[in-house]
Structure formats: C-alpha cells, structure tokens
Design a protein around this ligand. Sequence first.
Ligand code: SF4
Length: 235
Amino acid sequence: MTTPTLVVSEVFGPTVQGEGPSTGRRASFIRLGGCNLHCSWCDTPYTWDGSSHDLRTELTRTLVVDLAARALEGAPQLVVLTGGEPLLHQYQPGWAELLAALTVAGVEVEVETNGTIAPTAATTAAVARFNVSPKLAHAGDPEHIRLRPRAIAALRATGRAAFKFVCATKGDVDEAAAHAAAWGLPLSTVWVMPEGTDPVTLSHHLNAIADPAIGHGFNLTTRLHVLAWGNERAR
Ligand code: SF4
C-alpha cells in the first residue's frame, strides 16, 4: 500500500487570505512546489526557480496526512492551495487524497492558479473557488505559454472562477480588459490587483490602476498580507 505524498514548499496559517474575493477571510495555505511559468516579478520563486534557490532544500515530498493536519491546525474555515502552480499536481494520487481530507474536515478549499491548466472534474467538485491569475505581457513569458484560452474557458465553465489580473499601470488594466472581453469573462468575475511585495510599491500601483479598473467595470483588490507583513514568508 502506498502512502500519498505531494511536493510542498510550505504550509502556514491560520493567517488571512490577502487577495481577491475572499480578502480578509481567516485561512491556512498549502504552497505546492513547481511552476510552468517564469514570471519576472514572481513573489514565490523559491517554489520553482532553481537558478536562484536551492530547490532540494526549499521543496519537500511530504505525507498528505501531515499536510492536511498542519493546514487544519487552528481550525481555519478556508484552506488555500497555492504555489507555484498547484494544478500541476492534480494527477498525483496525493492531490485527490488531500482534497478528500479537506472535504471531510468541512473546510472550504480555494485553488490559486495561473490559468494555463484546466481543472479535472474531481478537482472542480472539491473546490469552492478558483482564483485564476492569467499573466499579462509584463510577466515576461511568451503569450502562447502564459495565456491558454482553452484552460481559461474550462475554468470559466466551472462557474466558480474569479479572474485576478496583476497590474502596475493603466496600460496593464487595458490589456486585462482586452483579454477579459476576448474570453467572454463576466465583469463580476474579474478582479484587478496591484503588483508589489512592499506596501509603498503596492500603494503606488493601486493608485495607478484603481480608476481604470472601476472604469472597465472590474472589481479591485489589494494584497492585505503585504500591507500587514510586507514580503515576509509564510504570512
Ligand atoms: S505563475 Fe505564479 S508562481 Fe508561477 S512564476 Fe508566475 S507568479 Fe510565480
């Protein structure tokens, strides 16, 4: 009999969900290892970037039963599966095991994804919300790698997706609007979030994007954990 595992970067909480529709909700996080993108401003390169981090020490193959137990410490109502890109793990036996453990515990599960991978039916059934963050040109990867319209359509079709665009300028918001229109995203499901890992940069970008976001009919979110704790890890 095998014992399911997943490759994990860190498990932390309770803290708060800092971004998107659940901003401010008490939550714990399971950050899985690996990503299929290489965003220039990535705030978690220690999950995937072997050129700047020693991934042999950053990432640990961990028993799912231990991951779930740690995430449920402190009785959070919400557990967020993040990364890296967590949907890279959804064909691992440990993924199903983890979703089952969290479902049995009665917590809501959110998945944070870059929108390049369609969720399986089993994943969709266990997840309350997908926080989908398609990457704009300033992230740096070629468009055919960072934007996958079929995956976006599959995520939209779940009826449980919020689309969150990281923006620094009005031009970024306009770019997000063009994608949202091309993909037929309902405006109520689109969020714009300032890029930044310190409160000053975050505030500067928020000021730049707030009016354009409202003008396009989008929702606006900050990054509450950055305002509270800066770029501190596991917060
Ligand atoms: S998709 Fe997310 S985790 Fe992956 S490189 Fe981009 S910002 Fe980092």
